[in-house]
Design a protein around this ligand. Structure first.
Ligand code: IPE
Ligand code: IPE
Ligand code: MG
Length: 265
């Protein structure tokens, strides 16, 4: 429960106020994650609860994406990465995959104007070549149009798989070694980072997963090495800016030791 947390740094007890997490002013701006990643899960179950088709949940989910992007950028989070479609999601029923791709293409068409207004840069990570060409074109267009924006960089993980990303990184580096551009000893964490989809994006500080599942599902395997993990039972279509504040407050009350002792910090 949020009320039992204390501000780690200042040792101030949080007020016993159930609406406490609703107030973004309680979030310390200097202690925000640089990189927030979210596994947006639970659209299907949400729709089922309403007695509707799964796609209805995906549509509501897309509206939540807009709200959370806006909130993250207003709070001042520089990097936000959203898991929207995994390599494994290709194995869903053909109709659902088609509906998701259609939704994505509509979302991109609509969203660019809003992103421009909010100074948001759109990025995408994943095996983008495997996406339908219409979606890919919309995506590249949106990325091109927003490339000079400077508030939050939003990376959509599309046809993304962490193992697939590590595989293509390994192949890239192996080719460089084969061509004599790199020796095996010159393969450093920095070289690996440069060969990932996330290149210049810093490591994940906070990873949120909605819908109660406590697993990573092949998301950002290299980049979450020292991320704080936050799991909530809230289904993605019910996730609100207040839920985000709650996760951020929880994050700010953790001690990130990176292998050191508490006393060393
Ligand atoms: C997440 O919601 C969206 C995608 C994976 C595309 P789900 O569709 O996985 O919803 P649940 O997990 O079945 O409820
Ligand atoms: C993970 O959700 C992928 C996305 C949120 C896009 P899934 O619903 O596909 O994950 P699993 O299969 O339950 O682990
Ligand atoms: Mg799911």
């Amino acid at each position: 429960d949020i009320n039992i947390f204390r501000f780690a740094k200042k040792n101030i007890p949080l007020p016993l106020d159930s609406n406490f997490a609703d107030k973004p002013m309680n979030i310390e701006k200097e202690m925000l994650p640089k990189h927030l990643a979210i596994i947006m899960d639970g659209n299907g179950r949400w729709a089922k609860q309403q007695g509707k088709q799964r796609i209805f949940g995906h549509e509501k989910g897309a509206k939540i994406v807009r709200e959370i992007i806006q909130e993250a950028s207003q709070l001042g989070i520089p990097y936000l990465t959203l898991y929207a479609f995994s390599t494994e999601n290709w194995n869903r029923p053909k109709l659902e995959v088609e509906a998701l791709m259609h939704l994505l293409s509509r979302y991109l068409q609509k969203e660019v104007a809003i992103m421009q207004k909010n100074n948001i840069r759109l990025n995408a990570i994943g095996d983008l070549e495997s996406l339908p060409s219409k979606v890919r074109k919309e995506l590249y267009k949106a990325m091109e149009q927003t490339k000079d924006n400077t508030s939050t960089t939003v990376s959509l993980a599309l046809a993304y798989g962490g193992q697939q990303e590590l595989l293509q990184m390994t192949q890239q580096l192996a080719r460089k070694v084969q061509q004599g551009l790199l020796t095996p000893e010159q393969i450093t964490p920095q070289e690996i980072q440069k060969a990932l989809y996330t290149q210049e994006i810093p490591p994940v500080d906070l990873l949120i997963r909605t819908s109660g599942e406590c697993r990573i599902s092949n998301f950002l395997l290299w980049q979450i090495a020292y991320a704080e993990l936050y799991f909530t039972d809230v289904l993605w279509p019910d996730f609100t800016p207040e839920q985000l504040h709650k996760a951020l407050l929880n994050y700010q009350n953790r001690e990130r030791r990176f292998g050191k002792t508490s006393e060393q910090l």
